[in-house]
Write a protein that binds this ligand. Structure first.
Ligand SMILES: [Mg+2]
Length: 177
């Protein structure tokens, strides 16, 4: 029996298109959330803190992702709060595995994205697709050189979020294994 590939999911960018201007017509729903790290950086009692952080999610994306032939994993700075706060807005179960970053936002000596080395360690040779808005060519090269199995790094424009084109590409890539 073959092993299903992993689908490593970033939140801000692919699922919350934080740079988009017009989303309502595309079916996104606006949520106001208070993740712990964000809340700690706000002025206590401020209007901004009371209102919460704006996050826009598509309620059909959970079903779309679950229908793909992958095992879903959170690969986001939201970490466990992705299960608690993001999953309900997408219609995902609240118990997906989470990559627990040990070098959150740390500067990489070779200019890699701070997630990249740990993504490779976490995948541990298993085929994976990594969906994120901050992937660069350096990360693509690092994964090609250091990950022994198939991998696809799928950059997503944070103005657009995941699109039909991306879902189709995910389907095709899994079938090609
Ligand atoms: Mg992101």
């Amino acid at each position: 029996m073959s092993v299903r590939p992993l689908l490593l999911l970033d939140v801000d960018g692919p699922l919350n298109p934080y740079r988009a201007r017009f989303l309502r017509h595309r079916g996104y729903v606006t949520h106001r959330l208070r993740p712990a790290d964000w809340s700690a950086r706000q002025v206590p009692g401020s209007r901004r803190l009371r209102r919460g952080l704006r996050v826009r999610l598509h309620p059909a994306h959970g079903a779309r992702l679950l229908a793909l032939p992958y095992d879903l994993v959170w690969a986001t700075a939201w970490m466990h709060e992705a299960n608690d706060m993001i999953a309900p807005g997408l219609g995902l179960p609240e118990a997906l595995p989470v990559i627990e970053w040990t070098r959150l936002f740390a500067r990489d000596p070779d200019g890699l994205f701070w997630k990249t080395r740990q993504v490779v360690e976490w995948a541990d040779g298993r085929p994976f697709v990594w969906v994120d808005d901050l992937i660069t060519g350096l990360d693509v090269r690092h994964v090609a050189d250091s990950h022994p199995g198939p991998a696809l790094l799928l950059p997503v424009d944070p103005r657009r979020g995941l699109r039909e084109y991306d879902f189709a590409r995910l389907e095709r890539w899994a079938r090609s294994l």
